[in-house]
Design a protein. Structure first.
Lengths: 209, 209
C-alpha cells in the first residue's frame, strides 16, 4: 500500500520506518516548506520512503496517517481536501495547551462526584475496570493483571494498592482522583470488548522492559 | 482491616470473598431489608464475613467498598453519613440507562471531530495510546503489546488492524469510532504513567484465558 505519514515527529517517523520495512510505499508529508525534516525521516526509513508536501503526500495514498499535534489537525485535514474515500488513521491525542488533560471529551467522573457528595471521605477509584472473573483470580498464565488505583489521599490510595496486591493483582498508582476520568473510560473499553467476543476472562496488563 | 462491602453483586461478593481469605474482617452491607442476599454472600466468603444493613456495615470500617449500581451511589453515600475520614473504594462505572455509554464525563473525541471535518474520509483511531518506543518494537519479552483500533468503516478498520499486525502489534478491534472516547483517555492514562516513573518502554496488553 501507499501510506502517507503526515507528521515527522516520533510517532510518524517510527510508524513510517516500520511500515517501510514491512514493504509498504511511504511518503512523509511535512508542512515545513523546506521539506528538510521530511527528507531526513524518509532517509532514515529506507529506500522505499520519500518526502513531499502534505497535499502531495496524501494524493493517491491508500492510507493517510495523521500524526500531527492536535492544534494542527484541522488545518491539515483541510489541506488534503478532506481525504475523501481515503483511510485516515488518527493517532492524535487532543491534549490541552498545558498537556494536563484532554482539550475535549470529558469533564467529570463518577469518583469525583462521589467525593463531592462526601467531602470528608477519602475516595479511591479502583476495581472498576476488571471483571469479577479477574478479581476471583487475577493471574493469567503466570501473569498478574494490572489494577489501576487513583485517589487524592496518599494513605488511602496506598492502602487500596496493598489490598489489590493481597488478592494477586499488580496494583499500579494511577495518580489523583481526577484520573478516574481515564479509568472509567478504560472500563467502557473493557466492557465493549467483553461484550464483543472477549468475554469476562480478559484483563489489562502493563508490559514493561 | 475491617472492610465493608456495599453491594452484593458479582464485584462485591468476589472482592469480599478474596479479602476474607486474605485475613481481613469483611461485612457485607445490603439495602435489602431481609438481609438475605448479604447473608448468602457472607456465607460464601467464609467464617470471617458477616452481613448487616448498609449503615451498620460501614460503621467503624477502615475501608468502605462501593460496589453498587451507579443509580444507587448517591443514596448509599448519604445513608453512611458521607463516610467521614473513611477510605471509600469506588468500583462504580457510571453507565447510562441503556448501558451504551457513560452517564457523565465525556461527550466527544478528537477522532469524531476529525470525521466531522472530513465526512467522506474513513477515519480510524489507532496508535494513540502506544509510545513511539513501543511502535519501534511492540514485543516485550516475547509478548506483543495490544493495539486498539476503532472506526466505523469495516474495511478501513480491518486495514489498520492488519497494518498494526504487520509491525508486530496484537491489534484488537475496539469497535466504532465513538469508542475513541475510550482510547483517548487510555492514552492519557499511559501518559500519566509514563511521566510518573514508568517511562516510554511500557505498553498495555490484554491478557486472556
Amino acid at each position: 500500500m501507499k501510506i502517507a505519514i503526515l507528521g515527522t515527529g516520533r510517532v510518524g517517523s517510527t510508524l513510517g520506518r516500520r511500515w517501510a520495512a514491512a514493504g509498504h510505499e511511504i511518503v512523509f508529508g511535512s508542512r515545513d516548506p523546506s521539506g528538510e525534516k521530511a527528507r531526513a525521516v524518509a532517509g532514515d526509513a529506507g529506500s522505499s520512503a520519500t518526502a513531499a508536501s502534505v497535499p502531495e503526500a496524501a494524493t493517491g495514498a491508500d492510507v493517510v496517517v495523521l500524526a500531527t499535534p492536535w492544534s494542527q489537525a484541522e488545518t491539515i485535514m483541510q489541506s488534503i481536501g478532506g481525504a475523501a474515500g481515503q483511510i485516515v488513521v488518527d493517532c492524535i491525542n487532543p491534549l490541552n495547551d498545558t498537556f494536563s488533560g484532554l482539550d475535549l471529551g470529558f469533564t467529570e467522573s463518577c469518583a469525583e462526584r462521589i467525593a463531592a457528595w462526601a467531602p470528608q471521605a477519602r475516595v479511591v477509584k479502583a476495581f472498576n475496570s476488571v471483571s469479577s472473573a479477574t478479581m476471583a483470580d487475577p493471574v493469567y498464565d503466570g501473569q498478574q493483571a494490572t489494577l489501576f488505583v487513583c485517589g487524592d489521599d496518599d494513605d488511602a490510595r496506598n492502602t487500596v494498592i496493598e489490598l489489590g496486591d493481597q488478592i494477586d493483582f499488580e496494583s499500579v498508582d494511577a495518580g489523583p482522583l481526577k484520573n478516574a476520568r481515564y479509568l472509567e473510560p478504560l472500563a467502557m473499553l473493557y466492557i465493549h470488548l467483553a461484550m464483543n467476543g472477549w468475554g469476562s476472562n480478559c484483563a489489562f496488563k502493563i508490559l514493561k522492559r
